[in-house]
Design a protein around this ligand. Sequence first.
Ligand code: ADP
Ligand code: MG
Length: 321
Amino acid sequence: MNEFEVIRRFFTHHAPHTVLGVGDDAAIVRPAARSEVVISADMLVAGRHFLPDADPRLLGHKSLAVNLSDLAAMGATPRWATLALALPRVDAHWLAAFARGFMALARKHGVALIGGDTTRGPLTISVQIMGEVPRGQALRRDAAKTGDDVWVSGRIGEAALALSTTAHTPRITARERTRLRLRLDAPTPRIALGEALRRVAHSAIDISDGLIADLEHICERSHVSADIEWARVPVARVVRHDASRNLIETVLAGGDDYELCFTAPAARRNAVERAGRAARIAVTRIGRIVRRAKRTPLVRVLDAAGNAIELRRTGYDHFRE
Ligand code: ADP
Ligand code: MG
């Protein structure tokens, strides 16, 4: 099979809200009037983000899911995606499964695959996602305000727990491990929640590097700090029962959850709850945005007595030695 057969067979699909899709030199799309186009890219590299023998259907899902999650964090509606693939060889079974996982999630969210690139090379999956948001309504990292509540969707740290060794977390049953593993391998982008939070939340980010590290990004860009109450953070039951320092760090600094962390004015608590119900995902208030003070950390985690819990790590950094 040559490059063009691969594209025709696996990556040519009906493309909704698209003027011209796969097959020309470039694609053409027509954004809605009075909308802004929101664009993001995320790359998955074999050996870095996944093992070379990872299930290709889950990889197809995850490579799109992590991109959709970025649009969810902007409050955008996803519309179009491009897919750049480097493949060590043409393996029709692998490609069919990968395309199935990718396209199932794309169809679920009405996303059109409108183009890409296919080349030989070490297995690398690079997706660019484009979406729309009504003018001025995107949820940005730089818009948190002192006095805002800090919220998260879903449960935090579950993807990282999936990687914790049995020695560290002996209480996790085999069945629970399977559930956690799916949270890591097949994350659910919170698109409906992001859309419902337009004109409700002030700022948002998706949790890819770890709750603390990602909330620090909001604080940095917004020139504020945040206080988080550990007891309020929604976690897997096993963590509530056995909150060793190690486990607390795994939860707060573990990445790959792809839940949303967002801030909203205290006066909008009911509206946030409504957004969560509309999107069918739990939303939990875990702390608040406070004025930035000199020599205090961007994000403080407080125990039940109100004392700061010291964390040795806050999140994942690809270039940390
Ligand atoms: P060009 O040489 O002009 O870059 P290509 O031969 O790379 O064109 O691609 C032909 C068409 O197929 C283009 O429309 C391109 O966007 C699309 N395409 C290539 N690879 C992929 C892919 N993996 N998924 C989706 N579309 C693809
Ligand atoms: Mg090309």
